[in-house]
Write a protein that binds this ligand. Structure first.
Ligand SMILES: [Zn+2]
Length: 361
């Protein structure tokens, strides 16, 4: 179990230990950035291992473990959106051009190119038939890992539901989800649902410090963890953008000197969804500070946040948060990213420079 994150040891022992599940499908659910995907792969590898150790964890020595690491295991496949498989450099995925969304992009010569799909399409689920309906290699367990499960579009979820309704022999589906409510209830109800644990702040900070000492990086870990929403793996990736985040906070913290168009200009090459996420966390703290006097995501900036709070209208702040929540899902494929961001920042500017309710309908 020592290959697992410290906060996953207990759930790892439970799941890997008895190797018997009530269902043919597991739904591992929990906050993004707590290590669910790594855990799901650990579980799959352990279940496929030919000579598991005394804890029933993978031996890392047998042929099965070797195939698993080389992404060539005949009884295992993982299904990811095309965009994510490109990031993870995954070769076992059935990348599906039909699942691409219509978000076009213009390259330097003005030609239109397709962005990699953010969804899991029906063809990716249909292509599992060969694996799940034929007998597996050496008659062994067959495992399908779907991540994140909420990326399945409606047709894909429906196709999976048919498989879950008539489960193939010796097959285990492992669905991993950050937002299980986005899955159809019919799919959820056919899975054994498992709440994946999240570490407390002290454990997470200790773990982050360990990672930092391994890499030699120095950072204010409690602040980093808070800004990343208390998810330790998210905090690690947050580090890569820490300078941009600092500049962003300096700009939105400027209140009366806030310049939405200049900020939109400086952020135009940055991932839009990440920018909206930063602004959501900042505004959450403004509202929280007004209502309770406490901040969640920027404890090291509490004095600045308190100062802004005294100048803004509480109702307008809550209305702006609602507006951001509506815009957030659209940030993955806006028609015009620059205009999309300008509109949001202009509304933020109205919020912090006057007590008037912004026009956000
Ligand atoms: Zn093994």
């Amino acid at each position: 179990m020592n290959k697992l994150l410290i906060w996953q040891q207990e759930i790892g022992r439970k799941l890997v230990g008895h190797r018997a599940f009530r269902c043919h499908a597991l739904l591992l659910k929990g906050k993004k950035g707590i290590g669910k995907f790594t855990f799901a792969r650990f579980l799959a590898k352990s279940l496929l291992c030919m000579r598991p150790d005394a804890d029933n964890a993978a031996c890392d020595k047998c042929a099965s473990c070797g195939w698993f690491e080389q992404q060539t295991h005949p009884n295992f496949t993982q299904v990811l959106p095309e965009a994510l498989s490109a990031v993870l450099n995954d070769h076992t995925v059935h990348a599906d051009a039909s699942a691409r969304e219509d978000a076009d992009d213009q390259d330097a010569r003005g030609k239109t190119k397709k962005k990699p799909g953010q969804q899991i399409g029906i063809d990716q689920i249909r292509r599992l038939n060969d694996l799940v309906y034929l007998s597996g290699h050496q008659d062994g367990y067959k495992i399908v890992l779907i991540y994140p499960a909420e990326a399945m579009n409606a047709a894909a979820a429906n196709a999976l539901l048919k498989k879950l309704e008539e489960p193939p022999e010796k097959t285990l589906f492992i669905l991993v989800s950050h937002q299980p409510r986005r899955l159809p209830a019919t799919v959820r109800s056919r899975c054994q649902q498992i709440n994946m644990p999240m570490p407390d702040a002290d454990t997470a900070v200790r773990w982050l410090k360990q990672q930092a000492s391994d890499s030699g990086a120095a950072q204010n870990m409690p602040a980093l963890l808070a800004m990343a929403g208390y998810a330790p793996l998210s905090a690690l990736s947050f580090q890569e953008n820490i300078k941009q985040h600092q500049q962003f906070i300096e700009q939105i913290n400027a209140a009366q000197r806030f310049d939405p168009l200049a900020l939109a200009d400086s952020l135009q090459n940055q991932d839009l969804t990440m920018t909206i996420d930063w602004l959501q966390k900042w505004c959450y703290d403004l509202a929280s500070c007004q209502a309770t006097g406490k901040v969640r995501y920027h404890p090291h900036l509490e004095v600045h946040i308190d100062k802004i709070c005294q100048q803004i209208n509480q109702q307008a702040c809550l209305a702006f948060i609602h507006f951001l929540n509506l815009r957030q899902p659209l940030s993955r494929h806006p028609v015009n990213g620059r205009l999309f961001l300008e509109e949001i920042l202009i509304n933020y500017g109205r919020l912090v420079t006057s007590a008037c309710t912004p026009d956000m309908v």
